[in-house]
Design a binder for this molecule. Structure first.
Ligand SMILES: [Zn+2]
Length: 476
């Protein structure tokens, strides 16, 4: 065979080879385009994104567990594919799923009338929460959460904070069996560790001195754990700030995100120090509303009212504040997000009394309150890249409210309803008023457990559920 002919064959072989490689690449790029077809488009909505641009939108495209586009109805509807479910939201308001930065929904459910873990999950979903940080997850509670998660029944995100102490008890090294930020699944994660510096405003007692607290915090810090310390009184908070300042050793707390819980009494110099050290102040929007006045049992609060519950001063200082409920402590009847927003903005409690001046001086704007329970709360668990706002690439954790909390008068916030809650692209809760989910616009109320895509859901088939499924826009 001549050299010319063999070279020709080599060239032909190369052309075929390059062509096949090209074809494979073409297939891959087409597939990735195909997989970007939205599973679901929510349109004709008021979307409050909690981003600066766009701050508001009309429609959201969702694929698998994530948001793939946010924009106007015409922009997003143009993405519709053969398998896209369209849901006309009828002008309802969509917000990022709410994040409670400090709760005990699972751990202290004995204080409530809810006695099983599945009911806790449903209670959170119907209240508008898609993520919670549980601030006292000991080994038993962690085992319980992991078992629920393994059954695919943990339908909200949980960040678990492992206690190192309780009052004068010290729990030793048990937490070192876990890694900081360890993820058991997309739903369950180790958030950090928890310590108690003091009691409460009715029980002023210190559980640590500086060196005892420092040694435990230093150890957890060196292992990479985020630390949350309960501190109510101003003189306790002095110790906590001394410890954090020493442990941080001039490094930025944006790397470690150590937090202080409650901060019920705060002096001006402490607010400055918290801001300068970039410590995360973690406070409860449901506390120190007009209901506390009725209680009348805390004269210490009234005498020091200029120092108490300085939520607005803290937020306006520029400190990286995070908001929460500490449910079920102190406010057993309040779980729904709109009611908590109402308390933050009006300082009026559920007994509808008139707040005192010192309470009113610290009321938040609705924008401040929303941030504390969404994007700022996501920062509190290092999850601001996947949660807390409605933007491309974040998880489709969404809540639909009956009206726009930003545009209604503050005194109407308390009447807002949670119509739907979505976690990772799955509608996990709908209210009987979520008529936009049904083809004929009639009201249905599907049993909550059929809305989850877990296999066990489909074992329960009765006529009501079949009717519900057949009426839905979304095929489950
Ligand atoms: Zn707590």
């Amino acid at each position: 065979m001549s050299t010319v002919r063999s070279r020709m064959w080599i060239v032909i072989a190369l052309i075929i080879l390059i062509g096949s490689i090209g074809f494979v690449f073409l297939r891959i790029s087409l597939d990735s385009l195909v997989t970007q077809e939205p599973d679901m488009i929510l349109y004709n909505a008021k979307v409050i994104t909690m981003e600066s641009s766009p701050a508001q939108a009309e429609a959201i495209a969702i694929h698998n567990d994530s948001i793939i586009a946010v924009g106007s109805d015409s922009e997003i509807l143009a993405m519709q594919g053969a398998n896209t479910t369209l849901i006309d939201m009828g002008g309802k308001t969509i917000l990022p799923g709410f994040i409670d930065s400090h709760t005990h929904d699972f751990g202290d459910r004995a204080l409530t009338s809810i006695d099983n873990m599945n009911e806790v999950v449903n209670h959170l979903l119907e209240s508008g929460w898609t993520s919670v940080s549980e601030l006292f997850v000991d080994q038993d509670r962690l085992d319980e959460l992991r078992a629920l998660d393994q059954e695919n029944a943990l339908r909200v995100h949980v960040n678990a904070y492992l206690p190192l102490s309780w009052q004068f008890d010290r729990f030793g090294d048990w937490y070192k069996a876990y890694q900081p930020g360890q993820e058991f699944s997309s739903k369950l994660r180790i958030g950090g560790v928890k310590l108690f510096m003091d009691g409460s405003y009715v029980r002023p007692i210190h559980y640590f001195n500086f060196s005892e607290l420092k040694s435990l915090v230093q150890e957890a810090h060196d292992l990479g754990f985020q630390v949350a310390i309960h501190s109510v009184l101003d003189n306790s908070t002095d110790v906590v700030l001394d410890v954090y300042e020493s442990v941080l050793n001039a490094e930025s707390n944006s790397i470690f995100r150590h937090r202080i819980e409650h901060l019920i009494y705060l002096r001006d110099d402490q607010i400055d120090r918290i801001r300068n050290l970039e410590i995360l102040p973690s406070f409860q929007l449901t506390w120190f509303t007009s209901d506390w006045k009725q209680a009348g049992s805390f004269p210490l609060l009234e005498q020091n009212s200029n120092l108490v519950a300085r939520w607005r001063d803290v937020v306006e200082s520029g400190a990286p504040a995070i908001g929460s409920s500490d449910y079920p402590w102190n406010q057993l009847d309040i779980r729904s997000v709109p009611k908590i927003l109402s308390m933050a903005v009006t300082r009026i409690g559920i007994n509808n009394l008139t707040p005192t001046d010192w309470m009113l001086n610290q009321k938040l704007t609705i924008e401040q309150a929303l941030r504390l329970l969404t994007i700022d709360a996501a920062y509190g668990t290092f999850q601001e890249d996947i949660k807390g706002s409605i933007t491309v690439g974040k998880l489709a954790d969404l809540v639909v409210l009956s009206k726009n909390p930003v545009s209604i008068p503050a005194n109407e916030l308390v009447n807002l309803d949670v119509l739907m809650t979505m976690v990772e692209g799955v509608i996990e809760y709908e209210s009987p008023d979520a008529t936009f989910l049904y083809a004929n616009g009639e009201s249905y109320h599907c049993e909550k457990n059929i809305l989850s895509y877990s296999e066990s859901s489909f074992n329960v088939i009765d006529e009501e559920i079949l009717n519900c499924i057949s009426a839905r826009k979304i095929v489950v």
